[in-house]
Design a protein around this ligand. Structure first.
Ligand code: DGY
Length: 337
């Protein structure tokens, strides 16, 4: 009997869903949460035909250099800055991600985090738990309004548009900035007005970052950009931590140059800049924007479908639902895989 392809699953993911891989493959599944060292990822990939990985697993040229049989990597996540796509393409390895299934859940969370930030919800809870209620005054813990305020969205992809749709229910004015301006009909549908990058920072009462991370966006929100925000403004980040210069943000928050920040993502996560931890006016959450039960299950299911199809099995054999680098197949053919 021919040997079955081998797949590596890098993290514990819903066992009942990942179990479907066993219908086609020999599965080597990681049983506990592990921060795999780069060498450990390389060693696991050397033995695998395919892999199911998450944003915690960085995969570049060094990790795939000795992975002669590896043909597919299915990322559980819409963001894929953990994958070096040109390196994977050159090695003939197809990569996939999980778009769409998380759009609405992530937009829900972005809106919730913005509201928690503007209305100081976690700070108020800490204050209450610490027993300060007897000092309550009419001027305690005052925040900024959401209704009638101007929302700035940086990155108007699927999730950004989801946030714009929610904003209309709160009577917000929506400004956005994006690499390219959206068609007029889409702007109308989302009641969103395109503005320049600087104007977005200058005019937003609440600014939300939803753009994908790319090396050219590293510290896009630096001291200069932060200085454009007004003192009552809030900044919410549900994209990637590397977009913000966290020291510059801590300086600005500490000096009251903006009111508050809501951060679900961090440059060195799971480590957090201690200066942010020390600040009162920051809401911090551990990268959970897509974290509803239904959505996290849907993400894993889509990643499993992608991997099965990318390795040539199942009803979509050879046509994974969400490929990232179709050019990998050309390289694979040249390689004779
Ligand atoms: C994504 O899908 O990119 C999220 O950040 C992971 O939850």
């Amino acid at each position: 009997m021919a040997e079955r392809p081998r797949v590596w699953v890098s993290q514990p993911l819903f066992a009942d869903i990942v179990g479907r891989l066993g219908e086609h493959f020999e599965v080597s599944a990681t049983e506990t949460v592990v921060q795999h060292a780069p060498d450990a990822v390389a060693a696991a990939l050397r033995e695998a035909d395919g892999a199911l990985v998450t944003l915690n697993d960085a995969i570049g040229a060094a990790q795939v250099a000795g992975a002669g049989r590896l043909r597919a990597i299915a990322n559980v996540g819409v963001g894929y800055n953990n994958l070096d796509l040109p390196a994977l393409s050159a090695a003939g390895i197809l990569a996939t991600n999980t778009p769409d299934v998380l759009t609405e859940t992530t937009a829900d969370f972005g809106f919730a985090l913005m509201m928690a930030t503007a209305r100081r919800i976690t700070e108020a809870e800490r204050w209450l738990r610490e027993g300060h209620w007897r000092q309550w005054s009419f001027e305690s813990l005052l925040g900024g309004d959401i209704h009638g305020a101007t929302l700035g969205i940086l990155g108007m992809g699927r999730i950004g548009r989801g946030i714009a749709r929610r904003a209309s229910g709160f009577g917000m004015r929506v400004l956005y900035h994006n690499r390219s301006r959206l068609p007029e009909a889409v702007e109308r549908e989302h009641a969103a007005q395109y503005v320049g990058f600087e104007a977005l920072f200058e005019r937003a009462d609440h600014l939300v970052l939803v753009l994908p991370y790319a090396p050219e966006h590293h510290h896009l929100v630096d001291a200069v950009a932060l200085a454009r925000l007004r003192p009552h403004a809030t900044l919410t980040n549900i994209a990637r931590g590397g977009l913000i210069d966290e020291d510059a943000l801590a300086d600005a928050l500490g000096a009251g140059r903006l009111a508050a920040a809501g951060l679900d993502v961090f440059e060195g996560e799971p480590a957090i800049n201690p200066r942010l931890l020390a600040l009162r006016n920051v809401v911090l959450t551990p990268h959970i924007a897509s974290g509803s039960l239904a959505t996290r299950r849907a993400m894993v299911a889509l990643a499993v479908d992608n991997l099965i199809a990318a390795l040539g099995y199942g009803p979509d054999a050879g046509r994974p639902p969400s490929p990232l680098n179709a050019d990998a197949l050309t390289h694979a053919r040249k390689r004779g895989a």
